[in-house]
Design a protein around this ligand. Structure first.
Ligand SMILES: NC(=O)c1ccc[n+]([C@@H]2O[C@H](COP(=O)([O-])OP(=O)(O)OC[C@H]3O[C@@H](n4cnc5c(N)ncnc54)[C@H](OP(=O)(O)O)[C@@H]3O)[C@@H](O)[C@H]2O)c1
Length: 269
């Protein structure tokens, strides 16, 4: 392994899902703050190009780890890097993830299991791999990208996203006094490749005012983690949505039941 090159090096951050969207933006903002980086995603060629642009823009050292995090052997290389004491990782961003386009019963159970894995099992395993060294060094940050959807009963994706919300809040309370901060960010709709990968037009998904930019979401998430917060919800409008969701859970279930009754009437008719 080569020696980190940055003069203002403040530690090494590992970001999953760094080829696009929020992950690429986490990598950019962490690099601009002087972190050396390890970038993880499946598309290695694209990761190399992100890495090259960060090296030349910020003079930081960037490693590339091409891995499908739902593949146990490939994921093991990432877990090993997180547990390594050589140029140890002081900042982990669990960001990689995706949704599924179809309804729960229409997807194969294997596809549903893989989604649950990337959104919950993978961040749990990577956090576990990083935590031992961070506790031994008495410092570290583990930031996991959840979703505002995780605050309400809104399907499998939302159910999987409740994991980082619950776990990060518990782990932050449990480990913070030993120097390790856990933080979950719960964004609303963000302009990334997420919806295009699902084959959904943004305009069909939500009105314009509901869309946030990745740079804003990432800046608020990094700021909240730096302040030791276990949970952050970027933007005033989504803080309001979050508060409403908490009181309106029974109404959300009624709306879900109504729309699925209307759906089944269409199917029956
Ligand atoms: N966009 C939104 O509205 C929104 C809202 C709330 C939460 N989120 C969450 O934000 C996170 C980032 O998503 P995004 O919106 O930035 O979407 P995105 O632009 O599609 O980025 C997803 C990233 O995850 C990587 N990835 C997907 N599956 C992977 C796997 N099996 N192994 C390794 N890497 C994998 C992708 O890279 P490769 O294809 O190269 O592997 C890509 O870099 C996700 O956890 C998502 O659930 C998004």
């Amino acid at each position: 392994m080569t020696t980190p090159s940055s003069a203002q090096h403040v530690g090494t951050a590992l970001v999953t899902g760094a080829t696009s969207g929020l992950g690429a933006e986490f990598a950019r903002q962490l690099a601009s703050a002087g972190h050396n980086l390890i970038l993880v995603a499946r598309d290695r060629a694209r990761l190399e190009s992100v890495a090259e642009s960060l090296r030349s823009a910020f003079g930081v050292h960037v490693e590339v780890l091409g891995a499908d995090l739902t593949n146990p052997e490939q994921r093991a290389t990432v877990e090993e890097r997180l547990a390594s004491t050589e140029h140890p990782v002081s900042y982990l961003v669990n960001n990689a993830g995706y949704g599924l386009a179809q309804e729960f019963e229409k997807n194969s159970v294997d596809d549903e299991e893989r989604m649950l894995e990337i959104l919950a099992t993978v961040p749990m395993r990577l956090s576990h791999a990083a935590l031992g060294g961070m506790l031994a060094r008495g410092s570290g940050t583990i930031l996991t990208v959840a979703s505002i959807a995780g605050g309400a009963p809104l399907g499998m994706y939302a159910a999987a996203k409740t994991w980082p919300l619950s776990f990060s809040r518990w782990a932050n309370a449990h480990y913070r006094h030993r120097g390790v901060t856990f933080s979950a960010v719960a964004p609303g709709f963000v302009r990334t490749e997420f919806h295009a990968r699902l084959g959904i037009e943004r305009s069909d998904m939500a009105p314009k005012w509901m869309w946030l930019n990745a740079d804003f979401v990432v800046r608020s998430a990094l700021r909240a983690a730096a302040r030791g917060r276990g949970l952050s919800v970027p933007s005033i409008r989504y803080k309001l949505v979050w508060a409403l969701m908490k009181v309106a859970q029974p109404l959300i279930l009624v709306a879900v039941a109504r729309s699925s009754r209307a759906e089944s009437a269409k199917v029956a008719g």
